[in-house]
Design a binder for this molecule. Structure first.
Ligand code: SF4
Length: 456
């Protein structure tokens, strides 16, 4: 139903018995970051890397026999979101690769902005790619390195060449590596589990495995976890942190902490600020379940209005039914969301949502509330107007597909049919997160990186 999607989540486990079974559980905690496909690569006692991956949810891709075959104490895992334009099975990760440096497995979250330039260069040198994934490119760059100091130097050399967003986990020669781009677009956290370690895209995965949070992998940092413990290296001295604001607003799970800020707390505070910025004459507050629930709680608490279940989510609609054709998607919204007539009939309803991307979903929500008897519908968006495409691993479509790129707030209000429409200010994102820097490019058009010919 959502018009905006995270593309991936990554996980790494080092030095823990039955690592693949833990990864199987941990990846389910990251499932909200990607549902198209998933995989786990394990390094066995014999040093061999065994891999199982497939299309679908984690619980469906892995059977008992698969997990039994993936025996070992070190592993990496990945969940992937479907993008309609690129590839299928060949893009599901982890990738198992062999290069001059030896055999390794890697998994990656994010988008590399200068991928075309580097890929063309490698292809001119005779490299053949089996997928359209940025991660395979990273693998080629690591694989061709044969630095005397081994993997660390090879990974740092590769990271130097790539611009954009990457959280990458690598398994090679009995060591787990985790590396984050210099801007720190997406989260990557380290936890301690017994004598071993867990690295994950979100702390919710650490919590679900019972791992104790140690710290985040810093932007521009490469860590290695091996027999000598955890070591830290820098691949960049850049210090301008640019965490993706949408991680706080929408992508991450509310029980995750991102760089010291709890996601639910951020959203609740942004809902409070949304009320301060835009009080509306409503009888009740409701959310579009479930991602805007925290912001709706904040708005309701600040306004003193009752928080009601004005919309109900049906968890059991088949995913295939709600994508990808627009006509089916529209029916899918009706199947997936239902107004609670007894709650909204005759009422002025303040609806809190996290974003408006194309506008079609919001329009249907307003219509279904009116059809259910709502007297007024006031849409309140707990983020600024989304007007620019993302090049850092978030699937939003092109600028033409973003309603905020060509329409004013009043024109969008008219399109979705609401009585009022208001957005959170950009300043509120900094207040709610307690940060002075964020990536807010999809709201402001100010991209932290060069776009290398991509059209913003
Ligand atoms: S452009 Fe938007 S969605 Fe993309 S990384 Fe920046 S804040 Fe996140």
């Amino acid at each position: 139903m959502k018009e905006i999607h995270e593309e991936c989540g990554v996980l790494g486990i080092y030095g823990v018995d039955q690592a693949s079974r833990l990864a199987f559980l941990g990846l389910q905690s990251l499932q909200h970051r990607g549902q198209q496909g998933c995989g786990i690569a394990v390094e066995g006692e014999d040093g061999d890397i065994r891999l199982h991956k497939g299309a679908g949810l984690v619980k469906d891709v892995f059977k008992e026999a698969d997990l039994a075959r993936l025996a070992g104490r070190n592993c990496i895992g990945h969940v992937r979101y479907p993008t309609t334009d690129v590839g299928g099975m060949e893009n599901i990760q982890p990738f198992k690769m062999t290069g001059k440096a030896g055999r390794f497995a890697l998994a990656h979250n994010g988008n590399i902005v200068n991928v075309d330039i580097i890929r063309e260069h490698l292809e001119s040198l005779g490299h053949i790619f089996s997928s359209s994934s940025d991660s395979e490119l990273f693998g080629h760059l690591i694989g061709i390195g044969r630095a005397p100091n081994g993997w660390v130097e090879n990974i740092i050399s590769a990271a130097h060449l790539l611009d954009g967003a990457f959280c990458i986990v690598i398994l090679a020669d009995g060591v787990l590596y985790a590396c984050r781009d210099k801007y720190g677009f997406h989260p990557l956290s380290i936890g301690r589990l017994g004598d071993g370690y867990v690295v994950a895209s979100e702390t919710c995965a650490l919590n679900s495995l019972g791992a104790e949070f140690i710290r985040d992998v810093e932007p521009g940092e490469l860590i290695s976890i091996g027999p000598e413990g955890l070591k830290s290296y820098r691949h960049s001295l850049y210090v301008g942190r640019r965490m993706c604001a949408m991680e706080y607003i929408y992508f991450a799970r509310p029980d995750s902490d991102i760089e010291g800020c709890n996601v639910h707390a951020f959203r609740k505070l942004s809902g409070k600020i949304l009320f301060e910025e835009h009080p509306v004459p409503a009888d009740l507050v409701t959310c579009v379940p479930e991602s805007s629930m925290s912001a709706a709680i904040g708005y309701a608490e600040a306004s003193g209005l009752p928080l009601e279940m004005g919309l109900l989510k049906n968890m059991y609609v088949a995913r295939t039914f709600i994508q990808p054709a627009q006509s089916l998607r529209e029916i899918g919204v009706k199947m997936k969301l239902t107004p609670v007539r007894g709650v909204v009939r005759g009422k002025s309803v303040a609806v809190i949502d996290d974003s408006i991307v194309r506008g079609t979903t919001s329009r249907q929500i307003v219509k279904m509330l009116r059809d259910a008897g709502a007297r007024e519908v006031h849409m309140l968006i707990a983020s600024p107007k989304y007007a620019w495409p993302c090049f850092y691993g978030i699937d939003t479509g092109t600028r033409e597909q973003l309603i905020g790129s060509s329409k004013t707030v009043e024109e969008i209000r008219d399109f979705i049919g609401a009585d009022t429409l208001n957005y959170l200010s950009e300043d509120a994102l900094f207040r709610a997160s307690g940060r002075t820097t964020l990536c807010t490019a999809c709201f402001s058009g100010h991209y932290p990186t060069d776009l290398y010919g991509h059209e913003g």
